[in-house]
Design a binder for this molecule. Structure first.
Ligand code: GDP
Length: 296
């Protein structure tokens, strides 16, 4: 399960603190030394770890905390709040355009789960009685269009495509026009991913962005890739200006570093997490719940 190692280690540090009637500055420092190691081992970006530890220490060694009736609990509360803050603080919701359709552009590297996540978003929106149109703008990966059509059929949602010979910018534009003309609430554009970030891919994505002016540019990254996921997010954000990140494969045994680093490194919120291969395995990301889950 995700975060298992981190969770276990943090819980044991917190347990020690909780049991103490009196907590000294030295106790907090010792606890933070252990927390620091646990976070680094969970593959959290080292700068993020440093900032986090500094903030917790600054708040936790204050008079109010250490001289309170339950100092151990108070320190744990600070750790919990700062973990939540690290992951974005408040939940960041999916955009909704003033005038439909809301345009969502899905971007990401091949294999991250972009197409699957497009289907999951359809399912998520259908549950809110929203009508969705999927647009197949990945003309490079063999069978990408077919994969989306199969997903669309399963989900009973239409898929717009112009085949694999058309220009992705035209496909996106015509897909959005169709969604507007036919009164869809959301149009989700599945763009091409590559194995690595390359200039041609970025140029094409920028052209699509200029043409359709999306309300959301969601980057799909694989949580299992740890700091690589964070680097990819940073790069895409600098090039394209993301509105959010979807972290997939959190059902695997990822150490959790990406979930804890993405927001601080890129300033882009995680909006959803993927918890499995099926179309219902998508959850809105709640930093508070995730922090509590990690601390147990
Ligand atoms: P794309 O190339 O980015 O469009 O990737 P796909 O959507 O084709 O997904 C690649 C693989 O990852 C597929 O086998 C998906 O079933 C799998 N996948 C996607 N999201 C998740 C997830 O949240 N959890 C798990 N376990 N697998 C996922």
């Amino acid at each position: 399960m995700a975060f298992e190692g981190l969770s276990e280690r943090l819980q044991s540090v917190m347990k020690k603190l909780r049991g103490k009637g009196k907590v000294t500055e030295a106790d907090v420092k010792e606890a933070m030394r252990e927390v620091r190691l646990a976070l680094l081992e969970a593959d959290v970006n080292f700068k993020v770890v440093k900032t986090f530890i500094d903030r917790v220490k600054e708040r936790a060694v204050g008079q109010e905390v250490l001289q309170s009736l339950t100092p151990g609990q108070q320190v744990i509360k600070v750790v919990n709040e700062e973990l939540q803050e690290l992951m974005g603080g408040e939940q960041s919701k999916l955009a909704q355009a003033n005038k439909p359709p809301t345009k969502i552009m899905m971007v990401g590297l091949q294999g991250a789960g972009k197409t699957t996540t497009s289907g999951k978003l359809v399912r998520y929106l259908q549950k809110q009685n929203r009508r969705t149109l999927l647009v197949a703008a990945d003309v490079y990966r063999p069978a990408a269009i077919k994969q989306l059509e199969v997903l669309g059929a399963d989900l009973n949602t239409p898929v717009f495509s112009l085949g694999d010979q058309a220009n992705p910018v035209d496909i996106a534009e015509q897909g959005v026009a169709k969604a507007s003309a036919e009164g869809f609430d959301y149009v989700i554009i599945d763009t091409a991913g590559r194995l690595h970030i390359d200039e041609q891919m970025m140029d094409e994505l920028k052209q699509i962005r200029e043409q359709i002016r999306p309300d959301e540019i969601l980057l799909v990254v694989d949580a299992m890739t740890g700091q690589d996921a964070v680097n990819v997010a940073d790069h895409f954000n600098k090039q394209l200006g993301l509105t959010g990140v979807v972290l997939t494969k959190l059902d695997g045994d990822t150490r959790g570093g990406a979930a804890l680093s993405v927001k601080s490194v890129t300033n882009c919120p995680i909006k959803f997490v993927g918890m499995g291969e099926k179309t219902d395995a998508l959850e809105p990301f709640h930093p508070d719940r995730m922090a509590s889950r990690i601390l147990g």
